[in-house]
Design a protein around this ligand. Structure first.
Ligand SMILES: Nc1nc2c(c(=O)[nH]1)N[C@@H](CN(C=O)c1ccc(C(=O)N[C@@H](CCC(=O)O)C(=O)O)cc1)CN2
Length: 287
């Protein structure tokens, strides 16, 4: 008989993490070390607005102050760079993010390169991506970090695992490949994309599957090896609600599975807070 699928409960885990962080923020405050998160949102995309609002709510909950910059959809790259310069020189802002995606006419790379690496709360500045490769201390991209943390807290082993990541974007797939191989030199990580010739063959051999393509129900239960751990990152909005990259028939086949919603998304938010708190602790270590 097959075992029931274990829910990788990102919502509950993120709540635990926020509780842990509240104590660390208080300990920092007791040493006069302040923490403050800035966000830069360009445009009116409703999902991005909601994510930014969630980040500010999280900050308020754990005692981190926050700064919100919203620019109109027509803002130029120069306008956005000026906003980043303001945050770079604002002492009360100890870390910040540029909410992605930015409008097509804005130069995303120029923005990420302008962030002060010591204030880069998303780990997407080239210096911090380099630290990720080197295994040096620094902020880590939030979704990859959230996935690794969820696997760790649910004791899903990486050592010896075949991991298949579907999707190669800059916030998830690419840095996740680097982080997984940094966490375990014994994990075999395969990044699949639109050009992958036989995606199903890769999926059926995987002990851990991450769906990060943003293609509704791309990965069917029949593609998954029974007992595999499956993490759903992709979000497609439909009239009937949101659909992940993993088809619902994966329940009962996967050994572990993230719900959608309530899986990887809340962990992404929690890891942003971890990056902010860790940066303050690194800058002002307790004696
Ligand atoms: N600068 C960044 N931009 C973006 C990132 C990022 O890490 N840094 N990731 C995503 C958006 N994102 C956070 O910014 C994010 C996505 C989803 C969720 C979330 O909690 N989702 C819910 C589903 C509800 C819904 O989306 O309507 C869930 O999974 O339960 C949080 C944060 C792209 N941009």
């Amino acid at each position: 008989m097959t075992e029931p699928t274990v829910v990788l409960d990102g919502k509950a885990t993120a709540k635990d993490i926020r509780r842990e962080l509240t104590e660390r923020v208080s300990a920092l405050a007791a040493r006069q070390v302040a923490t403050g998160l800035g966000t830069v949102l360009i445009g009116e995309d409703p999902a991005s607005r909601a994510y930014v609002a969630g980040k500010h709510r999280d900050c308020a909950e754990i005692g981190v102050s926050s700064f919100k910059i919203t620019l109109p959809a027509g803002a130029s790259t120069a306008d956005a760079l000026a906003a980043l310069d303001d945050l770079n020189s604002e002492p009360a802002c100890t870390g910040y993010i540029v909410q992605l995606p930015v409008p097509a006419h804005v130069d995303r790379t120029a923005l990420l390169e302008r962030i002060d690496p010591d204030k880069d709360a998303d780990g997407l500045h080239p210096v911090n991506l380099g630290r990720l490769v080197l295994g040096a201390p620094g902020p880590l991209p939030c979704t990859p970090r959230g996935i690794v943390e969820l696997l760790r807290r649910y004791s899903v082993p990486l050592d010896g695992a075949e991991v298949v990541v579907v999707g190669c974007g800059i916030t998830v797939g690419r840095p996740l490949g680097l982080l997984l191989t940094r966490e375990s030199e014994n994990a075999t990580v395969t990044l699949c994309n639109r050009g992958t010739r036989d995606l199903r063959k890769h999926l059926r051999e995987a002990d851990i599957v991450v769906g990060a393509a943003g293609s509704a129900a791309l990965i069917d239960g029949s593609d998954i090896k029974p007992g595999a751990a499956v993490l759903d990152v992709g979000i497609t909005r439909t009239e009937n609600g949101i659909i992940g990259d993993i088809a619902p028939n994966a329940w009962g086949i996967a050994g572990h599975l993230t719900p959608m919603p309530g899986g990887v998304g809340p962990m992404t938010r929690a890891m942003l807070l971890v990056n902010i708190v860790e940066a303050a602790e690194r800058a002002f270590p307790a004696r």
